[in-house]
Design a protein around this ligand. Structure first.
Ligand code: MLT
Ligand code: MN
Ligand code: ZN
Length: 298
């Protein structure tokens, strides 16, 4: 068996439902009227045996329990060979703490993201004797796991929320927010769970891609403000919205992309309700709304 991707978590930070949120989606998810979703993470294999996890969410313990392909194959043998993080956000790194227990794996990230982890001494819980921190240079391909190759590219974004200063640049292009190009086992995919905007470089990369997992944080830029949940727009959070003239649906309309799947969706996003008009609109534009447990093969 070759390339296979498994969505461990399709929601953005907070998950659906989010513990302190009484928005419509969170209420419906608590009632079981719409599917709950855990936080942002994707598992990928190139050979059907050895797996990597892209972003380690705070829900990783449940996600690993729910994914049979990642269960231990022996006393302390696991199919997980590596973890890669695409930024330093809490929803993408907090799960690393769950992965302590003296289990060997490689931890891949850019130097910029490794620096953020190194500044937080709690991550020393991942004992360096067994968890090897591997620094990736943008644009230089590397073996992510047996049978699976990757290279990283910069994506407009910002520093993690907990490192924001007085002024925040929301469309920095560098090592703090990256996308992943995966190849192996007859498959190829782009994984871009956080993206502030599409620039020419990104458009060129996306055009012709057979499979893309893309930032679906918000439906509209002022969604959280309108719902009375805060002051932040999607732009301020470093996330492009789905709808509108500047949105990802419009941006992808002129690109030739095989399969396009939204991931990292905030609990306020109406597409998380299967009955919503917005869901129908996104699907009519050719998008698949990711959900926990979804498996994708080439
Ligand atoms: C984001 O994607 O903007 C972050 O995960 C927000 C957060 O840290 O909660
Ligand atoms: Mn996030
Ligand atoms: Zn909510």
């Amino acid at each position: 068996m070759g390339f296979r991707a498994h969505i461990l978590g399709a929601a953005a930070g907070g998950g659906l439902p989010q513990w302190n949120c009484g928005c419509e989606n969170c209420r419906l998810a608590r009632q079981g009227s719409i599917p709950a979703q855990t936080q942002s993470s994707l598992a990928v294999t190139g050979n059907g045996e050895d797996w990597t996890i892209l972003n380690a969410s705070p829900d990783i313990r449940h996600q690993l329990t729910d994914c049979a392909a990642l269960h231990p194959s022996g006393l302390r043998e696991v199919p997980l060979k590596s973890v890669l993080v695409t930024n330093g956000d809490i929803d993408h790194v907090a799960g690393l703490l769950t992965l302590r227990e003296m289990q060997p794996f490689d931890l891949f990230a850019t130097a910029g993201i490794h620096d953020v982890l190194a500044q937080n001494p709690i991550f020393a819980a991942l004992n360096k004797k067994v968890v090897t921190r591997r620094t990736v240079t943008l644009g230089v391909p590397f073996r992510l796991a047996p049978g699976l190759w990757a290279d990283l590219f910069p994506v407009p974004g910002k520093v993690p929320l907990y490192l924001e200063g007085e002024t925040v640049e929301t469309d920095l292009v560098g090592e703090q927010t990256v996308g992943v190009h995966l190849t192996g086992g007859g498959g190829e995919a782009l994984y871009i769970p956080g993206c502030a905007m599409l620039n020419d470089e990104l458009r060129a990369r996306l055009n012709g891609a057979p499979l893309v997992f893309f930032d679906g944080t918000l439906w509209r830029d002022d969604e959280m403000v309108r719902a009375g949940l805060g002051e932040k727009t999607g732009k301020r959070m470093g996330h492009i919205s789905m709808s509108g003239p500047d949105g990802s649906i419009a941006a992808f309309a002129s690109l030739n992309v095989g399969k396009k799947i939204y991931v990292h969706m905030n609990n306020t996003n109406p597409v998380l309700n299967p009955e919503s008009l917005e869901r129908a609109e996104a699907e009519a534009a050719g998008w698949i709304i990711g959900q926990d447990g979804m498996e994708i093969t080439p």
